[in-house]
Design a protein around this ligand. Sequence first.
Ligand code: PEP
Ligand code: MN
Length: 338
Amino acid sequence: MIAVLKQGTSQEQIEHLTSWLETQGIGVHICEGHFQTIVGLLGDTSRVDEELLSGLDMVESVKRISEPFKSANRKFHPDDSIIEIPAPDGTCVKVGGGNFVAIAGPCSVESEAQILEVARAVKASGANLLRGGAFKPRTSPYDFQGLKADGIALLLEAKKETGLPIVTEIMSADHLPLFEEVDVIQVGARNMQNFELLKELGKTRKPILLKRGLANTMKEFLMSAEYIMAGGNENIILCERGVRTFETYTRNTLDLAAVPMLHELTHLPIIVDPSHATGISRLVRPMACAAAACNADGIMIEVHNDPKKALCDGPQSLTPAQFDDVMKAVLRVREAVL
Ligand code: PEP
Ligand code: MN
């Protein structure tokens, strides 16, 4: 990181800045030009508050040379991370490092009959993990909020019957005791920057499916992963689910370029959710194929036994038959591009 100081900064001010940085464990290299002085910050600058530094009277500008994310950074961990999710039969579902995962299930768990029917169907089509929301982050407080603990119990029943490990969203760290038997904890887009929740999840060793925030940059996305990793939990799967733009025909704008870009920046696996990214069921197939084509480590797709009657996200949900067709297409694309 370098800080360019304003013209006329006194020697005394520079010494003051130097000792302030040194107390933070940062080494300092001063480069004095004819008109301006540049301060090079050496060592682990990930803890330096860039905005605080930029805000100092004597500082004209600050530029980060190395990224602020360390644990998630591919520079320090060149090999792909492979996240292992134990399945009831003693095997493991692997995500990353060439292992492709298909996560499927309804937006919300609605009833025993619904989740069992969908679970059986998506398993038959080749899904590796079953998803289903029990705690739902709805825009309106009057909309269906999920079956909560009962929803998790129904997912566990579906897991027992099908052998599929389950993925479900957490909205508050207070609910963590209910997630003991959940295999992958999802952090939804609306909670990507709920830092207290991320810190609590960092204390667990559960695989976390971290979705990109509604309008967050890739750097912010990686910094949220970093929050979890800083606590010691390195089991993170990133999920690109579209970001909010000026476009209104689609629910969000799927940022597929994020997949190869994040693969360069981080060793963590990256999957794509074409359901929330588009909001339209007929767009799910082309976008799922596109995700496979750009080497995503998996897809997450909403599937409902009767989308027209779904309590949440029906318009973007596939029928089991449509999901079956998408799976076949995605696997063909993967073979073609591998
Ligand atoms: C979901 O996966 O059901 C969900 C709410 O997604 P997102 O957080 O991406 O909106
Ligand atoms: Mn949904």
